[in-house]
Design a protein around this ligand. Structure first.
Ligand code: SF4
Length: 155
């Protein structure tokens, strides 16, 4: 889970009660990440959860099950993810060891990896050169991501 250290400014009508302001702040500070799809565990992480949690990305439905918009993965999926990341890191290290380090920054929704990069002043990345181009990232549905990872595993 990720918790953003922040002091959010809440926009409201000016007639918000203390409780509403508190809720709006909690919403802004809600943790992000991936939870184990285990309702018992989720209830331990947020003991007051009914409906959408204010602190973790999970929803518990009235029937006691987890809501569709919960950010969850099964134990099998966590294992798959760990295996995929391990292979990815191994492959990346292998490429670096071979001296294969092309400049390939990403671009996603108008932002790029160069935006906050401390190497920007000395970096040779230049989109006017045909071999320098961004890798475009697009959001994908969770199912698609799991299936792509499974395909990679089969290779
Ligand atoms: S500024 Fe250069 S090193 Fe930094 S992310 Fe962009 S391309 Fe990579």
């Amino acid at each position: 889970m990720y918790f953003k250290i922040d002091d959010p400014i809440i926009r409201g009508s000016g007639r918000m009660t203390e409780e509403e302001i508190e809720k709006a702040i909690m919403k802004q500070l809600k943790m992000r990440g991936l939870l184990l799809a285990d309702v018992k565990l989720i209830r331990e992480m947020d003991r007051g959860i009914e409906g959408a949690s204010m602190i973790i990305p999970a929803t518990v439905n009235k029937d006691g099950g987890l809501g569709k918009n919960s950010s969850i993965a099964t134990m099998e999926q966590f294992k798959q993810l760990r295996k995929y990341v391990r292979k990815l890191l191994k492959d990346l290290c292998g490429e670096i060891m071979k001296g294969n380090v092309p400049i390939k920054p990403y671009k996603k929704k108008g932002t790029t990896s160069c935006k906050y990069c401390s190497f920007l002043p000395v970096c040779q990345f230049d989109t006017t050169m045909k071999e320098n181009s961004f890798r475009n990232f697009y959001d994908k549905k969770d199912d698609e991501v799991w299936s792509l990872m499974a395909q990679e595993e089969e290779k």
